[in-house]
Design a protein around this ligand. Structure first.
Ligand code: ADP
Ligand code: GLC
Length: 483
């Protein structure tokens, strides 16, 4: 019997993306299809999402007042799969990004926007639209968290089993208690085992407390979030529900991230023809204004934030150059980091190149031509760019945390002797640990046979969705079988 899953999220490729969440939500329907699971994705009606709908989309339901806003449920497609859209112009029809204006400042009414989104999702799960029936609700991150609270506190009780996936504990959707009356929830919801959090309201906690099961995007992160440094205030709840928390590592879309068929590359290549990468390397050097060199060309494709350890990389930039490396960085984020990397590039002309911005095609060219990709994150629920690096023979150099710990095999002696090493890992994100990892990487690079072995082992590893698609399907099935 095919299972029908309602996937509720605030972003999904190819319609709207600010990070890895969108890649994962966009890939899940395809990943689950082989497992007899039909996934429908529910998104807020941002302009880019409305624009992707047919001119006269089917209206499946109309709300006179969705937490005070008129709204409609529209139907469309995302690739070959079903898409539902909450069209509430008062909440979602505005320029800028999904969470804030063009300058990056959060919208002042995000609490109301994502509470209304959750209210709508719970209504859809509850069968408000004729002909739409689901077996399970899968909510992603804090923006979808209220869906599960509305389900749980519905007058008829929670109708469907549910899963919530934490893509990043650092974002929790905290608001003041004064929001409560506007939410339209019964008084018992404002309790310690409900949506209440330190006297206020937490949308992520609301979802975690209500979900039948909690997942996060790697087994290591699922363990880490039991501890204060990673749980960010919710470690107590995670520990209390420990047996219902698990980690399923993200896959990557191997049609899009495949060096043998990537249209963005100057030269296509495979693990058997790594020599062809040099044409991409020359093109990349030209694009970033870099000199040729006999040390590795490190690349970074990242949000420039504290999470990603970019401040420590900036500190280590002179060391990276001193040991013969070069650096090409693409990213955007904290203004101080952006100007810091510009200054580093000015100090090392021809050795460091920086592009501030977001550029998908350039990210492909960097993976196809760079030697090593740096991901020195302080925490990383899964991380996708190290997986792209593995697929492209661009050796990942990562901190040993979250999904980085689970997906990269450090080039220690035993792993190298067994021929299974795929990258370099280091413990603790500090200047010295990163500097040592960079030094180790440069010496591995200077041993061509060792380096080739790292590249090949990474390229031959399987990071497609086939395993993790099955893991989600098994989880859904375990929650939907009749007792
Ligand atoms: P996070 O979601 O925490 O930012 P992930 O590694 O899971 O980290 O996902 C980041 C996604 O965004 C990847 O697909 C990555 O390639 C992409 N990305 C990040 N910054 C840029 C950028 N400046 N240009 C192009 N793609 C980027
Ligand atoms: C978050 C995390 C990242 C993860 C992504 C998709 O943005 O920071 O580690 O890969 O979600 O799950």
């Amino acid at each position: 019997m095919t299972l029908n899953i309602l996937s509720v999220a605030s972003e999904a490729v190819p319609l709207v993306k600010t990070g890895g969440l969108a890649d994962v939500v966009g890939a899940l329907p395809e990943a689950l299809a082989p497992h007899d699971v039909a996934m429908t994705t529910l998104l807020p009606g941002y302009p880019a999402v409305i624009a992707a709908l047919p001119k006269k989309p089917k209206v499946l339901h109309t709300w006179q007042s969705l937490l005070g806003e008129p709204a409609r449920l529209l139907a469309g497609k995302i690739g070959a799969h079903d898409l539902l859209v909450v069209d509430a112009p008062g909440l979602f029809a505005r320029g800028g990004g999904p969470y804030g204006d063009a300058t990056g400042r959060d919208w002042a009414d995000n609490a109301r926007r994502f509470a209304a989104f959750g209210r709508a999702a719970a209504d859809v799960a509850g069968g408000v639209a004729k002909g739409l029936a689901f077996d399970l609700v899968h909510a992603h991150d804090w923006q979808a968290g209220m869906t599960l609270a509305y389900q749980r506190f519905a007058p008829a009780g929670p109708q469907l089993p549910s899963v919530i996936t934490i893509h990043n504990m650092a974002f929790q959707g905290h608001y003041g208690a004064d929001l409560f009356p506007a939410l339209g929830l019964p008084p018992q919801a404002m309790a310690i085992d409900g949506i209440e959090y330190h006297g206020g309201i937490s949308f992520l906690k609301a979802g975690l407390a209500a979900a039948s099961r909690i997942t996060t995007v790697s087994p290591t992160y699922a363990r880490e979030i039991r501890e204060p440094g990673f749980g960010m205030g919710l470690e107590g709840l995670i520990r209390a529900r420990e047996s219902e928390v698990s980690g399923i590592v993200n896959g990557i879309d191997t049609d899009v991230w495949n060096p043998a068929s990537d249209p963005a590359l100057k030269a296509a290549y495979s693990a058997k023809a790594l020599g062809k990468r040099s044409a991409n390397a020359r093109a990349l050097e030209a694009e970033f204004g870099l000199e040729r060199g006999d040390g590795p060309l490190f690349i970074v494709i990242s949000r420039l934030t504290w999470q990603k350890g970019m401040d420590v990389l900036l500190e280590a930039a002179d060391h990276l150059i001193g040991i013969g490396g070069r650096l090409a960085l693409l990213g955007s984020g904290d203004a101080a980091l952006e100007s810091g990397f510009h200054a580093a590039a000015a100090r090392h002309p021809g050795r460091i190149g920086v592009r501030i911005g977001y550029d998908e095609a350039l990210s492909h060219r960097m993976l196809g031509g760079g030697d090593a990709i740096l991901v020195p994150s302080r925490f990383e629920p899964c991380g996708l760019t190290q997986l792209y690096g593995l697929a492209y023979g661009c050796v990942p150099v990562v901190s040993r945390t979250g999904g980085l710990a689970d997906t990269v095999i450090d080039a220690n002696l035993a792993a190298r002797q067994a021929g299974v090493a795929t990258g370099v890992q280091f413990d603790g994100v500090r200047y010295q640990t990163l500097a040592d990892a960079l030094t180790r990487t440069v010496s591995l690079f200077r041993d061509p046979a060792a380096w080739r072995s790292l590249q090949r082992a990474g390229m031959n590893a399987d990071f497609s969705w086939s395993g993790s698609g099955g893991a989600y399907a098994d989880l859904y099935k375990s929650l939907t079988v009749a007792p």
